[in-house]
Write a protein that binds this ligand. Structure first.
Ligand code: NAG
Length: 320
């Protein structure tokens, strides 16, 4: 979306300033079943049947892991869903800005096979997921990869997903300043924003979330100049772990806290008119613990809005 009236951003948390168009809710969707096996087309169809009361839009991450594009696109077609497909980009080899990343090459090739004939069910393609945040890529090298994909899939929006602060602090500026033409190559931008990982208490987290997204959107629109209207900026991931999840500083896992963040943060962001992907649709029970930025083991199994058996954990109807 294009944020109009930047001066009002500081007040964006006030529901009275909500734009007339409500944002679109989508979901991050894992490519494995609860037992760790890869999802088949019928597994995705069951996911879509379950989610259709909330959305018809999901995002995925890999072009090759679990053959995600091949398996999900027929399900999207049969159930009337749209999918954001991902191409994974790894660490840049030895300073060479050419297209030498093995993950990119593999995933790009897989999408060239899987997408033709299913273009109507592809919402967008993201090239790289938090590559700038990890320092694996630079603005120019990532722009180079995105350009290759955009030139291959001319009818599909192409862009990237990264942490909100990499858009706000200028790390990503090359994505928006290198195309001086009227047809920028980077047209779909997912800014991930987890107040949880910023260690914010659940009842205050919506403020952090709004600040993050405001900062990312305002900066991108400023540097993109006359191309800003052609760039669709969304929140690529947000979420909150429920009971059984791990705490992170003042951010406490728990179903009641997740419901608080859902109502104030997620519903509030949609009311403001920003499209977003909730991370994630379903618990991923197969996932091993990860190590957080604080060095502690972090549970990764309880981020779903719904359980692994696709049951609601709380009332997800937005009250605004
Ligand atoms: C869920 O929340 C909505 C909005 O606040 C309310 O109208 C509805 O009655 C609730 N449903 C249940 C089952 O509590």
């Amino acid at each position: 979306m294009r944020v109009s009236g930047l001066a009002s951003l500081a007040l964006a948390v006030a529901p009275a300033l909500a734009t007339s168009t409500r944002g679109t809710l989508g979901f991050s969707l894992g490519d494995k079943n609860a037992d760790g096996t890869c999802k088949s087309t019928s597994d995705y169809e069951a996911d879509f049947d379950n989610l259709k009361d909330l959305t018809t839009l999901v995002r995925t991450y890999s072009g090759t892991e679990c053959d995600t594009p091949q398996n999900i696109l027929p399900a999207a077609k049969s159930k009337g869903f749209k999918v954001v497909l991902g191409i994974w980009v790894g660490a840049q080899d030895s300073g060479d800005l050419s297209t030498n990343d093995a993950s990119f090459t593999k995933d790009f090739a897989a999408l060239k096979e899987a997408v033709p004939g299913y273009e109507d069910y592809v919402e967008a393609i993201t090239v790289g997921s938090e590559t700038l945040y990890r320092g694996d890529q630079t603005g120019p090298s990532l722009h180079n990869y995105i350009g290759l994909v955009a030139n291959q899939f001319k009818s599909i929006s192409v862009g990237t997903a990264d942490s909100w602060n990499k858009f706000a602090d200028g790390t990503a500026d090359d994505l928006f300043t290198r195309d001086t033409t009227d047809a920028p190559l980077v047209t779909y931008v997912l800014a991930n924003a987890f107040a949880y990982w910023q260690g914010t208490a659940a009842d205050q987290a919506y403020k952090t979330y709004f600040d993050d997204m405001s900062g990312a959107m305002e900066h991108i629109q400023k540097v993109a100049g006359s191309n800003a209207d052609k760039i669709h900026i969304l929140n690529g991931e947000t979420g909150w772990p429920t009971d059984g999840g791990s705490d992170y500083e003042a951010a406490k896992a728990g179903t009641a806290n997740a419901e608080t963040f859902w109502q104030t943060g997620v519903c509030g962001m949609l009311a403001w008119g920003v499209d977003l992907f909730y991370f994630e649709a379903f618990d991923e029970s197969w996932k091993p613990d990860s190590v957080g930025d604080n060095g502690q083991a972090m549970d990764e199994k309880h981020w779903g809005l719904r359980t692994a058996s696709r049951q609601d954990k709380f009332n997800t109807t937005c009250s605004n």
